[in-house]
Write a new protein. Sequence first.
Length: 243
Amino acid sequence: MALAINIDDLLNKQKIESNRIEFKKGWNPASIYHSVCAFANDFDDLGGGYILVGVDSDDDTGMAIRPVEGVPVEKIDGILQEMVSYNNKMSPYYMPRTSVEEVDGKQVLVIWCPAGINRPYSVPENVTAKNGSKEYFYIRSGTSSIIAKGEVLDELRELASRVPFDERGNPDIKVEDISTLLLREYLVKVGSKLANELYERPLSEILEQMDLYVGPSENRMLRNVAAMMFCERTQVSSSSGHK
């Protein structure tokens, strides 16, 4: 799957918050899935995060060390297959996106973890344990993934009901699904000047100005209310959307 952001921007920690990026020198699923879970829970509503496997970081600056370590090409398929089983160990099920990028002549595995639509998520302390492992809820604290406890855990569990359904982002709604006729009727009815600009500006700009988008800049999603009001045939499931 293609990344929603340039790999160089991730390596240089540009355009998105640095605490949404984590570098891993090698493939360590037990530790990595703590971060997958933490990014999926998106406790601070930043939009999830990215884990770059095959990239070491400087202890003082936290920046990527170049040239990168890389992941041996022959190991990538095996890692991706392992991830299928590890994803099933998350509760509820969660599937991060993956992309293999060439950097400094080597392969880097990027694990993109958008905020999950069914949070909160938990994951075994060690996903590789054959006999099972205690599950924990993880969140991000700065640039680290930690176990959510006490009041923080209570607040994390309340996230599911905090955002009204119609305000949640839905990755299944596309700009092409929006009826400009229905949108113009609404804008005329409420007396908005945007009605005159509807056919002069990109539709995405109009929708953005109406605050119908949600999510980080590299993964903007239309809110469910956009489909409910301006899609002729789109059906919005009650389980859809970014919570």
